[in-house]
Write a protein that binds this ligand. Sequence first.
Ligand SMILES: [Zn+2]
Length: 411
Amino acid sequence: MKMNDIEKRLYHELENLEIIDAHEHLGPESARIAAEVDVFTFFAHYTRGDLLVAGMPEDVYKKLFDRSVPLDERWRLFAPYWEQIRYGSYAKAALIAAKRFYDVEDINENTYIPLTEKIQKANTPGIYERVLRDACKIRTALTQCGSTDLGGTPLLTPVMPLIYSMETGTDLMQPKFAPDAKINSLDDFLDAMKAYVMRVKKEGAVGLKMMSNPYQSPSKDAASTAFNDIKTGNQKTLPLPNPLRDYVVDEVIRFAAEQHMVICVHTGYWGDFRMLDPTHMIPILQRHPKARFDIYHLGYPWMREAIMLGKGFPNVWLNLCWTHIISQKFVQIAVDELIDLIPVNKVIGFGGDYGLPVEKVYGHLVMARQDFARVFARRIADGDLTENQALAILKNWLWDNPKELYDLRLQ
Ligand SMILES: [Zn+2]
């Protein structure tokens, strides 16, 4: 991004700012080091969606990660589709990361082999420190990988699922979150969920994640009927949504809030995104005024609906995780409107939202810094803000707000 002088100064200040990364899917570093990696590790995540939409068949996508197929053959399969997706935001994070960590200006026919060799050579203990701490200045990253066992590093702080599937007999009688629990009734199931919340809290989890699916008003009677229908075999599978889920989600939110756990909510963007409208959350926000909700992704494409949750409900924080790699244009508009609409203590500025390709957290962060530099510099040039005020707001968004919301005691 070409920058003017004010943008350059802000960008430079942001490079030196220690931050909290408010959402990732990083597993323990040992899992990354044990993984076979190559150029396609950089295309293991969101770029999958772009490749499939560009026309890559699913079996070809799978083959990219079949290390028994020679690298050059996999590159030949990949190259035509790469040309279709290389200008998108997901690709940009990969290109920035390849340049920063592996000194590769572009990912192409001439560089995929040296890039693979460099990725493999760097896949050693300390890679999280080198990427997250040294390059990104991240003190800790809140991460959701389905486990609280993250190798004991203060660089990672776990967030766990709020809800597991509860649509079949196995889901209810041997739930994944408590396989040994003795469950005969809805109350037993709820007790097992509460025990799970207490356990993961003790293990260091600071939040529980749910989705902004449609939920009906909770009814214990309707939930018991649904539970018993499955238990007795009257019904094999509950449809979605269903009264059991409506009730259990509500009860777990209440209990988790009493335990001072943050409720993290994925909104918008994914598959049939009609099921993820952020406004589905309104009745839940109203029923749980004391719970604290971290609303993710600005509900793309319902950005203004998501912002209005932050405008109208004191129990809502707005988290820009994932947003800068959805579209920088969209998020720059959003950041401008957030400054107009939302108190500075209620926005959380960054979450990389990556799993295996940890290097792309840096790529995403560069894009976030660009977005903040562009929008805040324009405000400064217009005379609406001083540079010091802009930097104070950004420190709120990237450090103070996630630290306070999640009550992080950072070492
Ligand atoms: Zn995520």
